[in-house]
Design a protein around this ligand. Sequence first.
Ligand code: PLP
Length: 374
Amino acid sequence: MDGVPSARALARVSLGAVGDNCRALRGRLTGGAELCVVVKADGYGHGAVECARAAQEAGATWLAVAAAGEAARLRAAGVRGPLLTMGSLTRDETATALGADADVVVWEPAYAHALAERVGAGPPARVHVKLDTGMGRLGTADPERALAVARIVAEDPRLALVGAMTHFATADERGDEFFPAQLRRFADFAAALRAEHPGVILHAANSAATMRDPASHFDMVRCGVAVYGLDPFQGDPADSGLRPALTLESTVGAARRFAAGTSAGYGRRWAAERDTVVATLPIGYGDGWRRALTNDCDVLIGGRRHPLVGTVSMDNVTVDVGPAATVTPGDLAVLIGTQGGERILCEEVARRIGTINYEITCGLTARVPRTYEP
Ligand SMILES: *Cc1c(COP(=O)(O)O)cnc(C)c1O
């Protein structure tokens, strides 16, 4: 059919928006701080390789991922430049990260020694030391120990001390007291570290911290969510000068008249209260459109909002488009994005089911093709 997307469900990603968001973030940076763009989890569901390239073109000088396999996939696709693997690594993953010429994070002397053994005759492993200032996941909570690890790294010719980092637990909770406390802890450590190792790159801020407090910028910020035009504070990204990069579309697969009392979907969790028209869209939780959205979100069809009704199933959802609707198979449906004058933000979808925008885009499955636009 002409004009009908070939995909049953489609995520359109605007690389122009990714670039604009990178430029907007860079415009906020203080003291010459660099932008490291986080493309873990396949670029928060947007596509790591394409978003990495767009970010680099827009001035991001570093990239970061969580897993060594993600670093290897970026390199295999030809992505160059400084790349940080932020997660804890198994022995095999350590080899993968080094093979991908990715920097690794270290906080234990034992791991520093094991890493040095792995390097052999290759180029020195590039290391970032991690201080846990309160996230309580990775890193050492003891600044003296972090300094000791930095010394081990700096003195071993098989290792290169490149950076030092921490990660904030509550940067996205405006006005909380824990964030400034973490920031002070890192700043104290950073001063001591700098005195011994002047060239080390200090980095702490995620998107929320970057936007919330310039004092958190140090030499580099690590932004993920904001790069994709998602609001770290779960509000409207436009208020922060960000533009959502992802549009999630489907098409009407069937449009049928329902007499009052007719039910739709598994468990009959919705029935028409009046005669109406119900559109079936070929998208479901198999695509990442979460089952918790059953009877609890809107979809844009024909430039207007309509309620999703009935149970979200693996492959389909049903939408009550109203008795007067002139909806026909092949019509475009927008689940995240704009149509006509209407807009559905990822943040709205997330709020309805008690989660955050990150989880919605990361949750889109491989069955949803991603297409890229300038
Ligand atoms: C994911 C991650 C980031 C990016 O966080 P956003 O909130 O998406 O900006 C930064 N640093 C670390 C250590 C992370 O794990």
